[in-house]
Unconditional design. Sequence first.
Length: 615
Amino acid sequence: MFSIIISEKGGAERRQSFDQFEVTVGRVQGNDLVLPKGNVSKRHCRLELVDGAFQVTDQNSTNGTYLNRRRILQTTTVRQGDRIYVGDFVLRIEPGAAEEDLAGAGPGSLPIGAGPSVVAPPPFPSSPPPPTAGVPSSPLQPQPLSPPATDGFAQPVAAASSGLGAVGVTTDERPSEISSRRDGTWAEPSEPDAETTDEALVSAVGAVVDRVVSKTSPAELNSPLAQRRVETLVDAALRELGAQPGIEADDVRPAALAELLALGPLSELLEDPSVAEIAASGAGYLTVVRGSNRQLSPQMPFCGTGSLDRAVERLCVRDGVALSPAERSVRRELPSFGFSLEYVRGEFSPHGSLLHLTRRERVAATFEDLVRAGTVSRTIATFLQQCVAGSANLLVVGQARSGAAEVLSALCHCAGGRVLALCQDRELATSDGRVLCLNDSRGQDFEATFSRVAKMPGHRLVVDGLVQGGRALATLRVVSEGATGVVARLRARSIERGLAQLCAQMAVAHHGLSVTTVADALISTFDLALEVARLPDGRTRVVRVAELGRGDTLPVVGHDIFGFNVERIATGGAVEGSFNPTGRRPHFANELRTRGARLDTGMFARAARAPYPAS
């Protein structure tokens, strides 16, 4: 019989006793231990008593299971004093039954065959004895100054025992306030040495990795046949390094093998659906962006020298196209993993390679979705659908995560025929699968390829990211050659700012072009420009629908046809406003009507508006 002490973040402790060898933990009924919180999965983890030792196994939970603030990747032994973190809950296993539990226990409450005469095996693995006096030890191993105190389990209470197989434990049973780190790992105010322990673990893993790398070749590390030899070298390196306080071999060994033989910390992160971005710079620095709120969170970094480079090379090989030795600044899509990769190494980053992985999110939206969300009005949605039906060339302007991708997807959805989409960090999609995503990130002649696909009958082009590479010039050329119905996206804060930057960049990149020439080409290419923004309350709006024209101080300006007018900021921060026509009729309205678009020109008339009532 054993008990689990459950403490919830900000709450008191409670105890639950069990007389079985396996306990399932989850959010819903049917689990042995039910923890009803949203950040706990339906079937979160499993606790088992195997050969006298408790073990914890994560069951593919969304937020993960953590043992002493570290996410577990496999079945892990639970030692005395260890804390298991499940969502907002902290679990501690207490072997044996408390007196109050046994007082009311009947004959059927004990496991079959158990009784007073049965001697249970020790519930936690015993720690190695302290070093014998006079026996040389590792310089990293601290020597106890006095015999350690015990707590009744013949285990040291303080961190007097050392060794890679043991950790210090404490019997402090006082409830403590648990605080969550930004990445969901746990930190306790009562353990001020947590960061020191993390740094020591990183140092230990790095030392093991570097020792093994010095005794092997790159070809050997990438050979499946060499796995047994690498494991032997890792074990030998652990013995050479000796014991380190607060660090377990069970933590060092798998982390070192992951860097030597696999993708290191990337393996887990690439499979985690909550991970939006991953950034790494050499050894020791790894940052992860999780969730839609884009919160930064520290993770266990690459520890060994060159581990990041080996992981990126393996990542590209697994995706199907290996890195060339000459590639120093790389940008490519990894469709097998669902991420975009940006990688800098060698002389461009002599003090450590740089890696940025961005998840390619699948975006599928319709204009009906946008109207319900308040992104556009019904009138604007109708107008844009008629523009698409009339094969107008449209430019969507918006920053990252502004909602511009959703607008692109809605334009794809209402387009007839097949859509060829050149995407940057998101995959556009429709419910009927008419979108085919292209890829220009692997060095092919993009302009020639783009020109060929633009001539395919029954196909429309969507270009996400005009500024990147030769996309802008290629788009202008295919339109000048007769392509219609082209939709492009420019990543910028406003129409004027984005087009001014684009004109300058194209003029610099192509010395035969002037800013004025580029501006005239853009004005003649795009019939309409849409400016999309995310307001302070987090909601997305198409704040402007405009025609392009020449400006007095700027090369290109937008002449608004529709605009979103902010009327007030409501209690709670919600931005309230309305979509209104400016009274300007677009120049291409007649052209759209000749192309078959059923355009009601009355939608452009400025409506008489009553004054907004004073609050």
